[in-house]
Design a protein around this ligand. Structure first.
Ligand code: AMP
Ligand code: MN
Ligand code: MN
Ligand code: MN
Length: 285
C-alpha cells in the first residue's frame, strides 16, 4: 500500500533537513507523497517540488499557520495545496516574519538585561534559512553551554511568564482560513489533541472553526493513541470534515519522530490524499 506524510518541517522553519533532503528521505522511505508544512513559511516548497519532480515523489505545497483561538490559546492550521506564490499569502507571511524579527531583537535585549549574552548575528548564522523562534533561542543557549537543556531555557526564561518572553502578534482563525482558501488550499486543524482543551471545548472549537470554513482535521498523527484517533475521526464525521494525516517530522529536532512512520506505528494510506483532492475539487465547482 502506498503511504504518505502530510505534515513535514524543513530547515525553512524548525526542521533539520533541507527541503531537498526531506524529499530524498521520503524517496528512500518509499513514500508516495509528502506535504511540506513549515511554520508560517512557504519558502521551502519550491525546492521540495523540484526535487520531488526529479525523484518521482509527489510534493504537496503547504504551510502550518499559527493563530490564536479565543484570543489566547495558540492553535495551528495547516494549509494544504496552497499556491506558494499567492500574493496575499506571501505578503502576510512576510509581514509576520518582520513582526517576528522585531520581537526576536526584543527577546535578545531581555537576555542581555539579565546578563546572558545572546548575539542575534550568531543566532542567525547558526540557522541561516530558518524563521527564528523561541525554540532557536533555546537551542542556541544550549549549544553555547549557557543552559543544560532546551527545556531549562523554556522553564527559566522563555515560557509565557518567563523573564525573556515577549508576546507576538498572531493571526486569527478567520483570517488564517481565508488566506488559505484564497491561495487555493484546504484548511486543516493540525493535531487537535495536542491543545489539551478537554473534549467539550475541543468539540466547540471544531464547530466554531467549521463555521469559519475549516475543511478538515488531522486525524492521523505521530503521538495519537487509538482512542484519540477515533475521537478526531468522530469529530470530523460530526462536522462533515475531511481527515488528513502526518508525522510532524522535524528531523533531529524531534529525533523520536520518523518521516511517514512517526514513533513507529503511524501509517497513512494514499487514500487520505485522494480524498483531500476530491474535497478540493468539490470546493472549486
Ligand atoms: P514562538 O513561535 O517563537 O513563540 O516559539 C514556538 C516554538 O517554541 C515552537 O517550536 C515550540 O515547539 C517551542 N516551544 C514552546 N514552548 C516550549 C517548551 N516549553 N519547551 C520546548 N519547546 C517549546
Ligand atoms: Mn515545530
Ligand atoms: Mn504544530
Ligand atoms: Mn508541525
Amino acid at each position: 500500500m502506498r503511504q504518505i506524510d502530510l505534515h513535514v518541517h524543513t530547515t525553512a522553519s524548525d526542521g533539520t533537513f533541507s527541503p531537498a533532503e526531506v524529499v530524498e528521505l521520503a524517496n528512500k522511505n518509499h513514500l508516495a507523497a509528502i506535504a511540506i508544512t513549515d511554520h508560517d513559511c512557504i519558502a521551502g516548497v519550491d525546492e521540495a517540488v523540484l526535487t520531488g519532480t526529479r525523484l518521482g515523489v509527489e510534493v504537496i505545497s503547504g504551510a502550518e499557520l499559527s493563530c490564536s483561538y479565543d484570543g489566547r490559546k495558540e492553535i495551528h492550521i495547516l494549509g494544504l495545496f496552497i499556491d506558494p506564490h499567492d500574493i496575499s499569502l506571501t505578503s502576510r507571511l512576510t509581514e509576520l516574519k518582520e513582526i517576528r524579527d522585531q520581537r526576536n531583537e526584543r527577546i535578545a535585549e531581555r537576555f542581555h538585561e539579565i546578563g546572558i549574552p545572546v548575539s542575534m548575528d550568531e543566532l542567525k548564522a547558526m540557522y541561516p534559512d530558518a524563521v527564528i523562534t523561541r525554540a532557536h533561542f533555546a537551542s542556541y543557549l544550549y549549544a553555547k553551554g549557557l543552559a543544560k537543556s532546551v527545556k531549562e531555557v523554556f522553564d527559566r526564561y522563555l515560557n509565557d511568564n518567563g523573564p525573556c518572553y515577549v508576546p507576538r502578534e498572531k493571526l486569527n482563525p478567520k483570517d488564517t482560513i481565508r488566506l488559505i482558501h484564497n491561495a487555493g488550499g484546504l484548511a486543516i486543524l493540525a493535531h487537535p489533541v495536542r491543545y489539551h482543551m478537554g473534549n467539550d471545548t475541543l468539540a466547540e472549537c471544531v464547530r466554531n472553526l467549521t463555521r469559519l470554513g475549516l475543511d478538515g482535521l488531522e486525524a492521523l498523527y505521530s503521538t495519537y493513541t487509538a482512542s484519540e484517533e477515533s475521537q478526531i475521526r468522530r469529530l470530523a464525521k460530526e462536522n462533515h470534515l475531511v481527515i488528513s494525516g502526518g508525522s510532524d517530522f522535524h528531523g533531529n529536532n524531534k529525533p523520536f519522530i520518523a518521516l511517514g512512520k512517526g514513533t513507529g506505528h503511524l501509517s497513512i494510506p494514499y487514500d487520505i490524499l485522494d480524498n483531500l483532492k476530491s474535497h478540493l475539487k468539490m470546493g472549486r465547482l
